[in-house]
Design a protein around this ligand. Structure first.
Ligand SMILES: [Zn+2]
Length: 378
């Protein structure tokens, strides 16, 4: 007799001042929260091997349905049995629904679904909420996201209201379409910067019985204060017993502030994207590694960092590789920045248990908001 897979569950291990230190249990195993999920857009983390990403300690990565459905095609991924077999990643995976990508590419929305063009060949596609579920079930990650309508901010209240109405209809349809028990499905709260709409959306989504809840439509043009107010309102109306995921936010201060408001999961392309542009994330702030000041610097990117770049290579080499366009520079900085994110999350977990998250936030804020590190010098 087959043993039933463990139900998707969220366990709070410790809580302090609004933040939670927790653990998510799934049919695959479990992962710790708060968690940062590196983004593997097209079936790989750019410039790094999944084995290296696992070595850093990450437990969950994200795949983009928009990209995978167009290239190589969800059916092709499905032919491998799962996204895990296709990509070589052995731990947890989450796929987004493509809602954010199609919004960025100027999708047209109707009750039926989202109509958009492929960035690969310009061909037109329509995805319905049911098809987004079907595609993600075929791709086979551990967690799938519902198709939503995201709005760039600032936006008129009318526009946000229309987007919310579709998002809610589609969430209901996506929940009804879900057929794979071993896969969790998260609903997404929208509502732009309109706090009453955020509250309405959180209440609506919480009623639909999803395994987890996401807060979407943020880090799309609003200020950090507006973002935090929208998070606070959303969290207030989402049940404590379920895991909360803030989509697309991974700047160190924004992420820590969201953790202190009860968010558990994060993803962001920035750590690996800025790495490929020569920027290193450190506990002293952001460093522009192309800077002349590093030309003869024998030290590591960051003292005390356990990443392969800091263990073996001087800043002077990283600068040189960046300046001559060697792809290895992107790999080294990607491994460093992802290691920084992992260490930051580890510190946040410890700080929640110790009740010192506020101190960690002010230290990171001082380092990251201080002017000198933010200016790209040459
Ligand atoms: Zn490092």
């Amino acid at each position: 007799m087959a043993v039933a897979a463990r139900k998707f569950e969220f366990e709070v291990l410790a809580a302090s001042a609004g933040a939670r230190r927790g653990r998510v249990h799934t049919g695959r195993g479990s992962y710790e929260t708060p968690v940062f999920m590196p983004v593997g857009t097209r079936g790989t983390i750019k410039a790094a091997l999944v084995g290296q990403v696992a070595e850093i300690g990450f437990e969950v990565i994200l795949g983009n349905t928009y990209h995978l459905m167009l290239r190589p095609g969800a059916d092709v991924v499905g032919a491998f049995g799962s996204l895990h077999r296709f990509t070589g990643w052995k731990r947890h995976m989450l796929t987004d629904s493509g809602g954010f990508q199609v919004m960025s590419l100027g999708a047209e929305y109707s009750e039926n679904g989202a109509r958009f063009r492929s960035i690969y060949d310009g061909s037109t596609h329509t995805v319905t909420p049911e098809e987004a579920v079907e595609l993600q079930e075929l791709i086979g990650a551990d967690i799938q996201m519902v198709l939503d309508v995201c709005t760039m901010l600032p936006a008129s209240r009318d526009k946000v209201e229309r987007a919310l109405e579709l998002t809610h209809q589609w969430a209901r349809r996506a929940r009804a379409a879900k057929s794979r028990d071993e896969q969790a499905q998260f609903g997404i709260v929208q509502g732009g910067g309109e706090l009453d709409l955020r509250a309405e959306s959180a209440k609506f989504i919480a009623e639909l019985g999803f395994e987890g809840h996401a807060i979407g439509g943020l880090a799309v043009g609003e200020t950090r204060e507006e973002m935090l107010a929208a998070i606070e309102t959303s969290v207030e109306h989402l049940p404590d017993a379920k895991v909360r995921y803030l989509m697309g936010v991974g700047d160190p201060i924004g992420m820590l502030e969201a953790i202190s408001r009860g968010v558990d999961m994060f993803d962001c392309v920035a750590p690996s994207r800025i790495a490929r542009h020569g920027q290193a994330m450190t506990f002293e702030g952001k460093l522009h590694m192309k800077n002349l000041r590093y030309q003869r610097d024998p030290g590591p990117i960051e003292e005390g960092c356990p990443c392969p770049a800091c263990a073996e290579y001087p800043r002077g080499l990283i600068r040189h590789l960046l300046n001559v366009g060697e792809p290895t520079a992107g790999t080294l900085l990607t491994l460093h920045n992802l290691t920084f994110m992992h260490r930051l999350i580890a510190k946040a977990r410890d700080a929640i248990v110790a009740g010192t998250l506020g101190d960690l936030i002010s230290d990171v804020r001082i380092a990251w908001d201080s002017a000198p590190n933010q200016v790209p010098e040459q």
